[in-house]
Design a protein around this ligand. Structure first.
Ligand SMILES: C[S@@+](CC[C@H](N)C(=O)[O-])C[C@H]1O[C@@H](n2cnc3c(N)ncnc32)[C@H](O)[C@@H]1O
Length: 291
């Protein structure tokens, strides 16, 4: 299913490998963290029109000095845009397929852009780097792969350890939507057919099942190639974090929220679909008086 990218005449950048994935609670969660990212060509097509987050993070990054640490960089939708405007990026991701795709895309970039991106295959819950960063980001729902409190705590401890004094941690997550979480389990929601990279036209639908105790949304993305090739489904699992729960998790792990941005545009309201949380280490946690 995964499409091989066109070979570039320039050797793709090296991907450093740092440790394996920290354990997931069960196999369903492990696959719900990885399957959607096994086919970067499809991922790239699916989110090609999403641009407000790219503009938001690129603008933030161009206002800080030094490299930006991006957790869950995937195949570089945001990392590449940051590198193109002159920002050095350290991109961390668990998915080898996504990183390989990003490395191939970098090989097609001018040398100065390519030279700005360092790629690390690692688990954001455990990775230790020697450097500190003025800006650490975790865009586009990568945070929703932190299914348990222990995952969130491990991750936030790594963020805190990698923040330079006065640095900021910015991440964005979808707002849980009660009407969406209440969808009948197993019902197929059809969307329009589209051209799947390397496969031709496919019929597409999604099924949802919400576990209200673990606050986990299980999604099954279902593809039926019109060519008659076998149908297949890709699972995805997202933790649902309510704003006050996130505020508490951030607070008790040493962070304070300095700004919440609704849909990358402005104030947060009841209609907001996604929130970007701009955080700093709390004075007590960073050991420094607040500016
Ligand atoms: C929705 S994608 C976002 C990719 C990219 N930042 C973008 O905006 O297109 C989430 C990414 O987080 C990565 N990811 C999920 N859990 C991770 C973990 N524990 N450590 C590192 N990366 C992880 C996935 O492999 C995936 O590439």
């Amino acid at each position: 299913m995964a499409q091989k990218s066109k070979r570039s005449p320039i050797e793709p950048p090296r991907i450093e490998r740092r440790g394996g994935a920290a354990p997931f609670q069960d196999a369903e969660l492990a696959v719900g963290t990885s399957a959607h990212y096994d086919d970067p060509a499809y991922y790239g097509r699916a989110y090609a029109r999403r641009s407000s987050d790219v503009d938001y993070y690129t603008d933030l990054a161009s206002r800080v000095r030094g490299p930006v640490l991006e957790y869950g960089c995937g195949n570089g939708r945001i990392s590449l845009a940051m590198a193109r405007v002159g920002v050095p990026v350290v991109g961390v991701d668990l998915s080898r397929a996504m990183l390989d795709d990003l490395a191939e895309r970098l090989a097609a970039e001018p040398a100065e852009v390519r030279g700005r991106v360092r790629l690390i295959e690692a688990d954001m819950r455990t990775l230790e780097l020697d450097e500190r960063y003025a800006l650490v980001i975790c865009p586009f729902n990568a945070f929703l792969h932190l299914y348990e409190r222990s995952d969130v705590e491990a991750f936030l401890a790594r963020v805190a350890a990698h923040l330079a004094p006065g640095g900021r941690f910015v991440f964005d997550v979808s707002m849980p939507d009660p009407s969406e979480l209440a969808r009948p389990a197993g019902k197929l929601y059809r969307a329009r057919p589209f051209v799947y990279p390397g496969m031709g036209r496919v019929r597409y639908g999604e099924r949802f099942e919400y576990d209200p105790l673990r606050q986990l949304l299980f999604v099954s993305m279902e593809f039926e190639p019109e060519s008659g090739a076998p149908s297949f489904a890709t699972p995805l699992v997202h933790r649902q974090f309510y704003p006050r729960e996130l505020e508490a998790l951030l607070h008790y792990n040493g962070f304070e929220i300095v700004e919440m941005v609704g849909d990358f545009a402005g104030e947060v309201s009841a209609e907001t679909c996604g929130i970007a949380y701009v955080c700093e280490l709390r004075a007590a946690a960073s050991g420094k008086p607040k500016r």
